[in-house]
Design a protein around this ligand. Structure first.
Ligand code: DAH
Length: 371
């Protein structure tokens, strides 16, 4: 029996979902029956015709007929059905085009064009651009480096000596079959963007101010808050007489530019081999405003503390400058600060996304929400 649009009397979420499911299911089954160009045209017209096509009917019958309080829910369902039906029809057209090209060897230019769904700038990329933009306004340039790195740049020149326990914290993915090489030449997937600090200082004499966006890898199984691939932005400023005060002022300004001028910053001592002293930077939780609560409920993103950790930072360790002394980084003459932040986590918080994996599944329906 051919599908017809039913009248709805029950506008509950369950009933709407059932009606939407039946409609999309019917469209799928009909798509599977398309055998010829004529079938395709009939199928397309039946669903998409402005006048009395099934999508138009759904709009008229389900949406216009909905009681006032159910309009919103019904509207969302109708939109969902529209997108799903359009996707099914696109796919049917594509398959038909492939088949007709394969059998006739020619392209039928009279067939309707294929609509490619347009996404939106990915939230991680958007957040990266925002952060980089803040530092560009402060006079920073952008540097990049390779994702496949050597042990030397990822560890040794950043003051992680061979066998240093701090290497364990990085859950490194090594490239296989490198044992014959000396340790410093062995390849790995960079675990942070910090190696580009060294690569840039090898090429550019001081003073420098750079930010380094990029992907990094760690041996972390994927879950709602972890991914074996994620994104970082590194920063480095080196000049004569750079102090911890410069570090604090710069990062405080950057956090206010990113999260709003009412945000407060807070530094806690930490350890990184390549900075001394080192700190972690916290900002007042931009979800609960620092109260630790959301109405009667505890604030989850900041675990009720009112503070969110956003990055690691510190003054560049003189041992790091020793590795790039030849290009003018004499630790007795220059000083600098560095920082590194995880972009994905910031994007999650900023856009209220509850599962990191959505960022990496490439589902255009997820992306379209950020349009
Ligand atoms: N590279 C560190 C990490 O991935 C983050 C970091 C901390 C970078 C302190 C820095 C820094 O430049 O100064 O865990």
């Amino acid at each position: 029996m051919a599908y017809t649009v039913p009248q709805l009397t029950d506008y509950s979420a369950v009933a709407l979902e059932k009606a939407a499911g039946e409609c999309v299911g019917a469209c799928s089954s009909e798509a599977a029956e398309v055998r010829s160009d004529a079938d395709l045209k009939a199928f397309r017209d039946r669903w998409l015709a402005r006048k009395n096509g099934i999508l138009t009917q759904i709009n008229d019958v389900w949406l216009k007929g909905a009681p006032k309080e159910a309009k919103r829910g019904a509207g969302m369902r109708v939109n969902g059905v529209k997108t799903a039906v359009e996707d099914i029809i696109d796919k049917a057209e594509y398959i038909r085009l492939e088949l007709s090209t394969a059998t006739s060897g020619a392209v039928d230019i009279s067939l309707p064009g294929i609509r490619r769904p347009i996404g939106a700038e990915h939230p991680v990329i958007r957040t990266t651009h925002e952060i980089v933009g803040v530092f560009q306004k402060l006079g920073y340039s952008v540097a990049e480096g390779p994702v496949v790195e050597t042990d030397y740049y990822n560890f040794e020149a950043l003051n992680f000596p061979p066998n240093h326990p701090a290497r364990d914290t990085q859950d490194t993915l090594f490239i296989a079959g490198q044992q014959a090489k000396p340790q410093r030449e062995r390849l790995l997937l960079r675990t942070h963007t910090s190696p580009v600090q060294i690569r840039t200082m090898e090429k550019m004499r001081p003073p420098i101010r750079i930010v380094i966006p990029g992907t990094v890898h760690r041996n972390d199984p994927p879950d709602a808050s972890h991914s074996p691939m994620f994104h970082q932005i590194e920063g480095l400023a080196v000049d004569t007489n750079i102090t911890f005060g410069d570090l604090k002022g710069t990062l405080d300004h950057a956090m206010k530019a990113l999260f709003g001028s009412s945000v407060k910053t807070h530094f806690r001592p930490s350890f990184f081999p390549f900075t001394e002293p080192s700190a972690e930077l916290y900002v007042t939780c931009f979800i609960c405003g620092g109260s630790g609560r959301r109405g009667p409920d505890p604030c989850r993103p900041c675990k009720q503390t009112g503070w969110i950790e956003v990055l690691g930072c510190g003054m560049v360790d003189p041992n790091v400058f020793e590795f790039v002394k030849d290009t003018g980084y004499d630790p007795k003459k220059v000083s600098g600060f560095a920082f590194g932040m995880g972009v994905d986590r910031l994007a999650l918080l900023k856009y209220g996304v509850d599962d990191l994996q959505y960022f990496f599944q490439g589902d255009v329906r997820f992306l379209q929400q950020f349009d």
